[in-house]
Design a binder for this molecule. Structure first.
Ligand code: UT7
Length: 332
């Protein structure tokens, strides 16, 4: 029997503030019609000030309660976050402190919107070797703080939220397929610390150090069409690759839970894979793109609604900045 991951508990946190497309149209030149037609998004949640660690803690508390584990039982906390409050301590360490997960070691994984899926694959490795028994994965994103509200091509697409899962070693199916394409990295860009700026950095303007074209402050920029082209293959390739490694056909899946970036991308994947939309979970209409939090938020909603039954075969798929993509197939 293959060594897999068992999702023992899920949780989520979404800020209470609902921002509709019409609300955004008061600030940028856009319309409800354009956003709904091009993306399937009707509204999103924006933080009213809740930082990442706070959102992550709320989702994590729900997940550990749902899993029935004590904070002290957690061996590792992996956070995934591209909009952190601090570079260090990482969100994972702040969450450890708030939970009292005193026996965990904690770190942050950087794979942008693919973060949850990558974290699950890493967790599986620790669980398979026996070096950890209980792992908490927390994805928390304040996308709103990295949005330029003068850029209508990005600011309408994202939302804030957190999702979490407690994972243990499972004995069912497992297959994963990850892929990265650094050559297209500039298509989704957010600068970190703004350059070396000491009296000793006399060569800082040397053009050879410009990996990417300068952007406006710390805001994210996106070449939407380039990312869209990438995603056309990303979901089908990684999901079929993960299914192949798990030893099942794609049509044996009970559910596909994709990253929620654009309803059109999800529909295209459904068409390409001949996989029915009824078996694909979608909540982008309510929450927009919450980066790596989107997949665990979906899982948590589905779990609460009783949509997931033990033994069901599910695929989780992520794609985004890097560019990165990945899918994991497990049994619920
Ligand atoms: O998790 C990260 C992964 N990110 C993604 O997966 C995003 C992938 N990309 C996409 O989802 C789509 O490319 C977008 C939704 C971002 C854009 O949709 P599109 O159909 O590719 O639109 P476009 O960029 O080709 O723009 C079409 C038109 C342009 O006007 P012109 O040049 O045709 O006059 C844009 O200026 O739509 C205009 N436009 C808007 N109009 C109203 C762009 N944004 C907006 C807006 N409201 N918010």
């Amino acid at each position: 029997m293959m060594s897999s991951v068992f999702i023992a508990g899920t949780g989520r946190y979404l800020p209470s503030q609902v921002v509709t497309n019409k609300d955004l149209a008061k600030y940028v030149d856009t319309s409800d019609e354009w956003i709904v037609q091009r993306t399937g998004i009707h509204e999103r949640r924006f933080s009213t000030g809740e930082p990442n660690w706070y959102m992550g803690v709320q989702a994590a508390k729900q997940a550990i309660e749902n899993a029935g584990v004590a904070p002290e039982e957690i061996d590792i906390i992996i956070s995934s976050c591209i909009t952190p409050d601090y570079f260090y301590p990482t969100v994972a360490c702040s969450i450890q402190d708030e939970l009292g997960a005193v026996n965990a070691f904690c770190w942050n994984l950087g794979a942008a919107c693919s973060g949850f899926v990558y974290a699950l694959d890493v967790a599986r490795g620790y669980l398979a070797t026996g070096s950890a028994k209980t792992i908490l994965i927390v994805c928390a994103e304040n996308m709103s703080k990295s949005l330029d509200f003068d850029d209508r091509s990005t600011c309408v697409l994202f939302g804030d939220g957190a999702g979490a899962a407690v994972v243990k070693k499972g004995e069912g199916l497992y297959g994963s397929r990850m892929a990265s394409d650094g050559k297209t990295g500039a298509a989704l860009l957010a600068p970190a610390l703004l350059g070396v700026n000491t009296p000793f950095a006399y060569d800082k303007d040397n053009p050879k150090y410009n990996k990417y074209a300068p952007t406006k402050g710390n805001y994210m920029t996106m070449d939407g069409r380039a990312v869209y082209r990438f995603t056309a293959h990303a979901i089908p390739n990684t999901v079929s690759g993960a299914c192949e490694r798990a030893g099942i056909a794609v049509d044996e899946l009970d559910w596909l839970i994709p990253h929620q970036a654009n309803l059109r991308i999800i529909e295209k994947a459904s068409e390409r894979m001949h996989f029915p939309m009824e078996k694909i979970y979608v909540n982008i209409d309510r929450f927009a793109n919450t980066s790596c939090a989107s997949v665990p938020i979906c899982l948590s909603e589905m779990n609460d609604q009783g949509k997931l039954k033990r033994g069901m075969k599910i695929a989780l798929a992520g794609f985004g900045g890097g560019l990165t993509s990945g899918a994991v197939v497990i049994e619920w």
